[in-house]
Design a protein around this ligand. Structure first.
Ligand code: TXA
Ligand code: MG
Length: 324
């Protein structure tokens, strides 16, 4: 594997059916020609991902939607116009011929135009009209937001990492399903439910956007290797005191400064959801590196605009075992 900024080379490798990691505005993607069964097999193998798990197809122009989807509702074009290129994925009815490896065997396909110039150039230069790209991490782990994070996770199974610097958004795209009678958010992200409603010109009483938010229904995902616990602001000090009294170490992500007595890793986050999202995975990686007994995260604000961040934290925390 090598890292660099050579788009021609990256496109050529994609055309040859190899895997190329590339930057998007959300997280780095692990790209493969979405029309090549061999490339997709390689992709699933490298990620260690179950094959019934669909991948998002990245395109560079709205006109290409019809290469992948049928029965596209007007709302898709409205959302595309409002948010593309950008951190939004639309789930649409798949066109016949779209590979099962892309759709996970479902009759739908996820599509997005990423908001990163290198990604757009790469997709345009590659011969196929779409690049399948899950986040460039092993299945279940934290998504990479820097080229070096990808390099640390993969060896020669990935041919090239196109380096576009740190990702601007930092959490994965908002996914909106448009295949049902009304729209539905499948994964919250930086583009909020409020913004989607505004774009679709819906008033807030109109239902349809029933986000699957229940933590119990979420699989563990986006997880650091150390166990992660989310603690309410008011409980933070007591909780850390309890850990210390048991000689357990903690690494903390909080909105406030560490108490004077705290000697381990502590990252102070800004109470701004976009900045928080941008730094989230890099912060968790850095806390993880200090190998604490617990990664302790102060609960983010309850505001629905923080749904994307909250979703990733809940998944990172979910199913972590161990007694405190
Ligand atoms: O921001 C992003 O979306 C990043 C960048 C690289 O574009 N990609 C990403 O891909 O997060 P991945 O594979 O890690 O997550 C894609 C999610 C999965 O949860 C998958 O189930 C869902 O999208 N998905 C893809 N196609 C779908 C479909 N047809 N129906 C329902 N969910 C779908
Ligand atoms: Mg992922």
């Amino acid at each position: 594997m090598s890292i660099g900024k050579d788009i021609e080379l990256a496109a050529e490798l994609i055309n040859r059916g190899e895997l190329v990691a590339f930057p998007t505005e959300t997280v780095y993607g692990l790209g493969a020609d979405a029309t090549s069964p061999d490339a997709l097999t390689r992709l699933y193998r490298a990620k260690g991902r179950p094959t019934d798990h669909p991948v998002i197809v990245h395109i560079h122009d709205v006109s290409l939607l019809s290469e992948w989807a049928v029965a596209i509702p007007d709302s898709a074009f409205v959302l595309a116009e409002s948010f593309w290129p950008g951190p939004l994925t639309l789930v649409l009815r798949r066109k016949e011929g779209v590979l099962d490896q892309v759709t996970g065997g479902q009759d739908t396909v996820g599509l997005r135009i990423p908001g990163h110039p290198l990604a757009l150039e790469l997709i345009e230069k590659a011969a196929s009209c779409g690049i399948a790209a899950p986040s460039a991490n092993k299945f279940g782990r934290l998504s990479p937001t820097r080229a070096e994070d990808v390099a640390a996770e993969f060896g020669d199974e990935v041919s090239y990492v196109l380096d576009g610097g740190p990702c601007r958004v930092g959490i994965e795209s908002t996914i909106v399903d448009l295949t049902g009678e009304s729209w539905r958010i499948l994964r919250p992200g930086q583009i909020t439910e409020t913004a989607i409603r505004a774009a679709l010109d819906l008033d807030s009483r109109e239902t349809g956007a029933e986000t699957p938010r229940a933590p119990g229904s979420m699989k563990s995902h986006y997880a650091p290797s150390r166990p992660l616990v989310i603690v309410q602001e008011g409980d933070l000090e007591r909780f850390l005191g309890e850990l210390a009294s048991q000689n357990k170490t903690a690494a903390v992500l909080s909105f406030r400064q560490p108490p004077g007595t705290f000697a381990s890793s502590w990252i102070v986050a800004e109470k701004n959801r976009e900045h928080y999202g941008k730094d989230l995975y890099a912060s968790l990686r850095s806390l993880d590196t200090s190998a604490p007994d617990w990664i302790v995260v102060e609960s983010p604000p309850a505001d629905p605009d923080w749904d994307g961040v909250r979703d990733r934290l809940l998944r990172a925390a979910f199913r972590k075992e161990g007694k405190i």
